[in-house]
Design a binder for this molecule. Structure first.
Ligand SMILES: Nc1ncnc2c1ncn2[C@@H]1O[C@H](COP(=O)(O)OP(=O)(O)OP(=O)(O)O)[C@@H](O)[C@H]1O
Length: 264
């Protein structure tokens, strides 16, 4: 290992979003059984694990989509620390609109609207008048390489272009944290690389935190850090991406990570 490289560089930064002993149950099913996780500004965190291990549930609890049954979720904002776990539905809904951006596997764009209207709609839901919302949406589309495509409906775009529209929509409200659930899951591998480049540039590249749920080893390898879930717990954690050291060092593959074991 290169001694000049610190072991966990991103973790030394102050977390913008952190969870401690997070618990989430669906009836008798315990989906999260005491998860500790944190992400810093400008850092990308991959959440991996086998199907049913609790990845999406973790993302939804961190993002205030779901209420939690135990533990804490704390978001650092310009106005101070916000205890997401203590907010009611209205507070979490406001937080999602104002502080967070979301990118889902299928884009979840409105097919009847154009690319520009889809992005502007997110700004309008945040309270911006239409004209201002469109003025904010346009440069986001341009930054994502979609200049000139704003007038097309979603069905007139390729899968990769549509996913870039979804990224632009996630960014138009100026969120500090972007959550992505299998953002490249519906794309071929080359398009997936391009979309991931765009997502990383638009988030960590501009000082935002990015939390990505993924089954894709190539996606996890490009993130700064990875946490691996099993049965609702973080069972392993390692630096990835920026250091380039971790790629290909997992001969057994999942679900038996050989990296740093987290004590249970
Ligand atoms: N709405 C729900 N009601 C009941 N059980 C649920 C619900 N959502 C998820 N679960 C259960 O909680 C556990 C965690 O599910 P979750 O969707 O978070 O896993 P995941 O790791 O994201 O899975 P996948 O990779 O298949 O999307 C699973 O046992 C799942 O069956």
């Amino acid at each position: 290992m290169d001694p000049a490289l610190p072991d966990h560089p991103p973790q030394q930064a102050r977390p913008v979003l952190s969870a401690r002993t997070l618990v989430k149950r669906y009836g008798h099913v315990t989906a999260l059984a005491g998860v500790d996780v944190a992400v810093a500004a400008g850092e990308s965190l991959a959440v991996t694990g086998t199907s049913g291990s609790g990845k999406t549930t973790l993302l939804h609890c961190l993002a205030g989509i779901l209420p939690v049954d135990g533990g804490q979720v704390v978001l650092a904002t310009a106005g101070g620390a916000v205890h997401v776990d203590a907010l009611g539905e209205a507070g979490r809904s406001r937080l999602r609109r104002e502080e967070f951006g979301f990118v889902f596997q299928s884009g979840m764009l409105v097919p009847e609207l154009t690319a520009l209207e889809n992005v502007a709609l997110a700004a309008m839901l945040g309270g911006a008048p239409r004209r201002e919302a469109e003025a904010r949406a346009l440069p986001e589309l341009e930054r994502l390489g979609l200049a000139g495509l704003g007038g097309r409906r979603i069905g007139e775009l390729s899968g990769g272009q549509a996913q870039r529209v979804a990224i632009a929509r996630a960014l138009v409200t100026g969120p500090g944290v972007v959550f992505a659930d299998e953002p490249t899951g519906a794309l071929d591998s080359r398009t997936s690389d391009d979309v991931l480049d765009a997502l990383l540039a638009a988030t960590t590249g501009t000082g935002r935190a990015l939390v990505v749920v993924t089954h894709d080893e190539q996606v996890a390898a490009r993130c700064d850090r990875e946490v691996h879930l099993a049965d609702g717990r973080v069972v392993a954690e390692r630096p990835r991406g920026g250091s380039g050291r971790a790629t290909g060092e997992l001969p057994g593959g999942f679900p038996v990570p050989r990296w740093q074991q987290v004590p249970s």
